[in-house]
Ligand binder design. Structure first.
Ligand code: NDP
Ligand code: HSE
Length: 429
């Protein structure tokens, strides 16, 4: 074993960074044995130097992250600051100064992954980001490496721990939305700005990364159709229960049937209670990958939190350090297919639509006619009347999202339709 240590700069020492530092210290001997050389924490960049940090040697802490990555003797930079800047400049500077980079930053990789990969390649460095998608679950490396000989057609799953935690609490204990979000934040699951979680930006970033790797193409967060869970009401959850379903925030990336394009989307959806995703509780994540040769694979585990995420970061650290010692680099970007990303209107799925209508004769026929005129076939209708008004729940067969949108537009024009209470996609059947 080499005795000279590989030097690691840790950028960020919050929920994830503090766990990375802890495990690097407590598992130092095992890490050294697995890598073939000791790894030494050479510096830790933070924003607030005076914050009390248990187990963190004060002499390693600095507020000058730029000077740390420019030192010239750093072998690996671990970026767990988050956000676009200064993370992007720090990572690029790290490559320029000969370091490889491990990052947990899905926002940055989803926005600028191609440029970062190009910078890494230019400087003969690695860029690894297993922790950026689904916390502890090995997903990026299986897609990038284990499935590199297969053809992936679909990736579907729960990739945000915070929103799954909120939906689970609302569904199982009747907790309120804000109360559940506060708990998820206190447990370290939420992003620095939890809007990223509840509005679906975090899951959309992960969907972009997964789609890009799975389909060997370039997908950025701007290509991903995104709806968060702020519009999901207790009534939606109750309605899902009546249908034998539950509501989950799903990320779905698909290759079109003709193979000529892909789609990527994040939105709340009803899934049957019998589907494995329905039993994913708390901040756990689960992702199905469907491919030509392997068939269906399911990846499941803790999707957020300091320690689970640190596990993924350290796995990358070991891989990148091994590459350094071998004088090699791991796989870079694979985007040779250059498949276009189709708009949401092209996506075909089922829908659950809840309408408030006048409770009088002919209304049901009128509503059914609008669906038929737009080529959307109805599967089931449930009507509940009360004081001259009725609530109508329509579940459709599979239809294009554009056709469903036009249907809803036309329904809103009907005098007898008082309002469209909710529209939710139905997946997993
Ligand atoms: P935190 O907000 O807990 O930690 C961020 C850290 O970055 C803090 O230590 C902060 O310093 C430091 N920091 C912020 N700005 C600067 C700066 N300009 N220069 C130097 N240091 C700075 O975030 P998390 O640990 O939760 O997340 C980090 C990354 O990991 C993000 O990209 C996130 O998306 C990702 N991630 C998080 C997961 C989770 O469950 N939390 C799971 C998977 C990925 P200070 O301590 O002084 O404030
Ligand atoms: N905020 C993210 C989540 C962290 O809740 O899933 C893990 O990426």
């Amino acid at each position: 074993m080499r005795t000279r240590p590989l030097k690691v700069a840790l950028l960020g020492c919050g929920v994830v960074g503090s766990e990375v530092a802890r495990i690097m210290t407590t598992h130092a001997d095992d890490l050294a044995a697995r890598i073939g050389a000791p790894v030494e924490l050479a510096g830790i960049a933070v924003r607030r130097p005076d914050k009390v940090r248990d187990g963190i040697p004060a002499e390693l802490v600095t507020t000058d992250a730029t000077a740390l990555v420019k030192r010239g003797d750093i072998d690996v930079v671990i970026e767990v600051i988050g956000g676009i800047e200064p993370a992007r400049t720090l990572i690029t500077t790290a490559f320029e100064h000969g370091a490889s980079v491990v990052s947990a930053n899905k926002a940055l990789v989803a926005a600028d992954g191609a440029a970062l990969h190009a910078a890494a390649q230019r400087h003969g460095a690695d860029l690894y980001y297993e922790a950026a998608v689904a916390g502890a679950i090995p997903l990026v490396r299986p897609l990038r490496e284990s499935l590199a000989g297969d053809k992936v057609n679909r990736v579907l799953g729960i990739v945000n721990g915070t929103t799954n935690f909120i939906l689970d609490k609302m569904d199982s204990s009747g907790a309120g939305y804000s109360e559940a979000l506060d708990e998820a934040t206190a447990l370290g699951y939420a992003e620095a700005d939890p809007t990223a979680d509840v509005e679906g930006f975090d899951a959309a970033a992960k969907a972009a990364i997964l789609a890009g790797i799975a389909f060997h193409t370039r997908v950025t967060i701007d290509d991903v159709h995104r709806e968060g869970l702020t519009e999901v009401t207790a009534a939606d959850i109750a309605s899902a229960k009546r249908m034998g379903c539950t509501v989950k925030l799903l990320a779905i990336c698909e290759r079109a049937a003709d193979g000529a394009s892909v789609t990527a989307r994040v939105h709340p959806a009803m899934i049957p209670l019998s589907h494995p995703l329905a039993s994913v509780r708390e901040a756990y994540n689960a992702v199905f990958v469907e491919s030509d040769a392997a068939g269906q694979l399911m990846f499941y585990g803790p999707g957020a939190g300091g320690s689970p995420t640190a596990s993924a970061v350290l796995g990358d650290l070991v891989a990148v350090c091994r590459n350094k010692l071998a004088g090699a680099t791991g796989p870079g970007e694979s985007a040779y297919t250059r498949l276009p990303v189709s708009p949401m209107g092209d996506v075909v799925t089922r829908y659950h639509i809840s309408l408030d209508v006048a409770d009088k004769s002919g209304v049901l026929a009128q509503v059914a006619t609008v669906f038929a005129e737009h080529g959307v076939s109805i599967d089931t209708v449930r009507q509940q009347g009360k004081d001259g008004e009725a609530s109508l729940v329509v579940v459709t067969h599979r239809a294009a999202d554009a056709a469903l949108s036009s249907t809803v537009g036309a329904l809103r024009e009907l005098d007898t339709v008082r309002g469209v209470a909710s529209i939710m996609r139905v997946e997993g059947e």
